[in-house]
Design a protein around this ligand. Structure first.
Ligand code: GDP
Ligand code: IMO
Ligand code: MG
Length: 430
């Protein structure tokens, strides 16, 4: 299966980084296709524990080429910091390539993200404050600065002069914030572009040649299907399309070239930030899911916020599978459920006298749905050491099988711990 998109199928943090690291040795090319440093992908392997925000999680395999695609928004300072840390820890970034078409997150994007959130008050989105929304908005408004612009003095100065004039008006007149200096911003971003220059290229030939030669290519998702700007729980979403269509668009491959879409799902559900979450829970069962005190505790990788937790929501997961054409599932964090005597699955929603088959579009309505639960027995046995599906306790096998049945896709991988080897390959995904 040469071109495979691996996408989050919930509200992010499903364990995408972990699985991309596992699959990277089979892939000749890993392409991060969207989002920015709102993402936090944790990789735990023989080289240590790493939290990646922009660098693709295939970076640990020395033979794999890693690309940051045109659909990503890049904070150059964050990326340089990540490259430096990897190099200091002995990981080569020589085969890391950055698309010259990717957009740059500028200081005013970060300021505006935070100022807009403050001004939203009660209805804040709970963004990561990394400038993602304003950067994508500028891209669509055609006022963005692209990575290629950082390598071209005249273009950068001309574009920045126009853009900064408007941004400074907004910053000073609407938000009473300090304006940014054209001179300083220009010199700073010229220097950042210079520092990244050895990695910057036209990535199209790299991707196109791999696809043409039928080499295994993995498209690494960030965020999750329910944070999709079109299909997610709008306005409590991110500003990009994190799904399979976004993978094609953000990497520059055609939909006909995609051979499989792997949806990564936690065996339960989490969400960071605001927005509706029908199967959310509190109390002692929530504490079990949160796993506070472990390295895989439900605490945001990027912002350190406590993640909200809840039972597996099959209505949302099935919807995510439908809008993305997910054919294969990777179920992660099954081990987190190891101690529970029984486990709930939200199989339907109740809304007044009806049972909507799909998530209602508006927050006001979605916030009113009541989850209808099915309960399955727990297995109360550790699964972290299991490496074959048939060696999982019967109740765990039944639980995973039920999730696949409800979502409507085949099972590819089950993950029972954060380590690279703590995975059960049920069917080959790449
Ligand atoms: P991503 O954003 O989708 O890459 O996911 P994150 O890295 O933000 O969050 C997933 C967290 O769960 C990380 O701490 C991972 O190390 C951890 N993790 C991934 N898979 C498993 C698993 O199967 N079991 C356990 N216990 N932890 C896991
Ligand atoms: P990974 O790739 C979880 C959430 C934020 C917020 C909303 C909008 O690690 O799965 P933004 O800064 O994008 O404008 O915030 O989206 N969000 C994520 N939640 N994992 C992520 O990425 C996320 N990226 C954005 O918490 O609710
Ligand atoms: Mg994450």
């Amino acid at each position: 299966m040469p071109v495979v998109a691996l996408i989050g199928a919930q509200w992010g943090d499903e364990g995408k980084g972990h699985l991309v690291d596992l699959l990277a040795s089979k892939a000749r090319l890993v392409v991060r296709y969207g989002g920015g440093n709102n993402a936090g992908h944790t990789v735990v392997n023989h080289l240590g524990t790493f939290k990646l925000h922009l660098v693709p999680s295939g970076i640990f395999d020395p033979a794999t080429v890693n690309v940051i695609g045109p659909g990503v928004v890049i904070n150059p300072e964050v990326l340089l910091g990540e490259i430096k840390e990897l190099e200091e820890r002995g990981i080569s970034t020589a085969k890391l390539f950055i698309s010259e078409r990717a957009h740059v997150i500028m200081p005013y994007h970060i300021m505006l993200d935070q100022l807009q959130e403050d001004s939203r008050g009660e209805s804040k989105i709970g963004t990561t404050g990394r400038g993602i929304g304003p950067a994508y908005a500028d891209k669509m408004s055609r006022t963005g600065i692209r990575i290629a612009d950082l390598l071209h003095e005249e273009t950068l100065l001309t574009r920045l002069r126009v853009v900064l004039e408007e941004k400074n008006r907004v910053l000073t007149r609407i938000y009473n914030a300090k304006p940014l200096s054209l001179h300083d911003t220009y010199l700073r971003y010229l220097d950042l572009g210079h520092q990244l220059s050895e990695h910057i290229t036209n990535v199209h030939p790299i991707i196109h040649r791999a696809v043409e030669k039928d080499l295994p290519v993995l498209l690494e998702g960030a965020q999750g299907a329910l944070l999709d700007v079109d299909h997610g729980t709008y306005p409590y979403v991110t500003s990009s399309p994190p799904g399979a269509a976004g993978a094609c668009q953000g990497a520059g491959v055609g939909p006909t070239q995609l051979n499989s879409v792997v949806g990564v799902l936690k065996a339960y559900t989490t969400r960071v930030g605001e927005g509706p979450f029908p199967s959310e829970i509190e109390g002692p069962e929530a504490a079990v899911l949160r796993q506070i005190g472990t390295p895989w505790a439900e605490i945001g990788t990027t912002t350190g916020r406590l993640r909200r937790v809840g039972w597996f929501d099959a209505v949302m997961a099935r919807y995510a599978a439908q809008i993305n054409g997910i054919d294969t599932l990777a179920i992660t964090k099954l081990d987190v459920l190891d101690t529970l005597p029984s486990i709930k699955i939200c199989t339907a929603y109740r809304l007044h006298e009806t049972q909507p088959e799909y998530p209602p579009a508006t927050v006001a309505v979605l916030s009113q749905v009541e989850p209808i639960y099915e309960e399955m027995p727990g297995w109360q046995t550790p699964t972290t050491g299991v490496r074959r599906f048939q060696d999982l306790p019967d109740a765990a096998q039944a639980y995973v099988a039920r999730l696949c049945q409800l979502v409507g896709a085949r099972l590819g991988i089950v993950s029972v711990g954060p380590g690279r080897d703590q995975t059960i390959i049920v069917s080959e995904v790449l």
